[in-house]
Ligand binder design. Sequence first.
Ligand code: AMP
Length: 367
Amino acid sequence: MKAPLEPGATIGIIGGGQLGRMLAMAAARLGYHAAILEPDPTCPAAEVARRHMAAPYEDAEALGQLAALSDVVTYEFENVPVGAVRSLVDRVPVNPPPEALEIAQDRFSEKVFLNSLGIATAPFATVDGDSDLAQALARFGGNGVLKTRRLGYDGKGQRVFRDANPKAVEGTYAAMGGVPLILEGLVAFEKEISVIAARGMDGSVAAYDPAENIHKNGILFSSTVPADIPPATADAARNAALSIVTALDYVGVMGVEFFVAEGGALLANEIAPRVHNSGHWTEAACAVSQFEQHIRAVAGLPLGATARHCDCVMENLLGAEQDRAAELLAEPDLVLHLYGKAEPRPGRKMGHFTRLFPPGKRHLQSR
Ligand code: AMP
């Protein structure tokens, strides 16, 4: 294994949203500089980074600058053009590996990969036209979630079918944009959970406790830790996440989302080859946050402990909800994090907060 990056080294980050901002802050705490590549000149990460290249992700000159400035390059969102990332690998170490990005960018290859590791998913079928959809819907009893294979997030590009007539789907493919789609069986899940896992350059792995997640309108509303699931289910989720990072020779932090079906059976939903919204609680309830863990991994430092010192509930602040800041800060045992975004558009993630509780008592927020 190579020696860890020395303090004063620069970590290049593709993407300058809140995740990039929190990665840059964690990098700074370990004595590193951050260089951001992100087209938006007012992006949240630029404010806390040493350098910002405000250019498209595929801009060859900006990529060249990023490679020249950085000792390692990482990314903060999974829709980074793979070609741009691959163009860097001969010039600068890139982690997590582009192969992970490639698998995660396509819901079909993601599920094939998960199943190849023995990790169950919802049943699925590719859909490249209305007749594919009719066939797949008939197979799944008229129920399913139709998703774009690529570029979907926070429930965008999705359509749910319940007791649908497979013969009455004409026009759906065109209405979804005429792009490659996947139909997943509709999972009657009891809960949604996620695991934040990490793998270091030395091959060591670590996973935080699973979080129990509630989504509203397709956007994460809250993450509660510990999740109200049997210990065997928590172990199975952690082990699945660890087998994924190991199989990919991954370096960095990954978020893995699961459905918990009736009886505790786990079905993996998706992997995010980056730090994850459902891991924000780690900055408040663990000595080493997911952000520091990621920076440690890509810098070749030892992974940190993932133990929790308390129970917690993280909630996102969307749009105008950031106006709650002063009221929230009046609460003891609450950690607030705002992203410094100028425009509080409805549904936009403006910040999050984590309420801390003594260990042993679970406090799930109402839906
Ligand atoms: P995704 O973009 O895949 O994370 O989906 C967003 C949300 O839609 C998930 O968090 C679930 O609440 C719901 N969902 C996605 N896929 C399915 C499925 N196959 N069955 C039931 N619900 C789903």
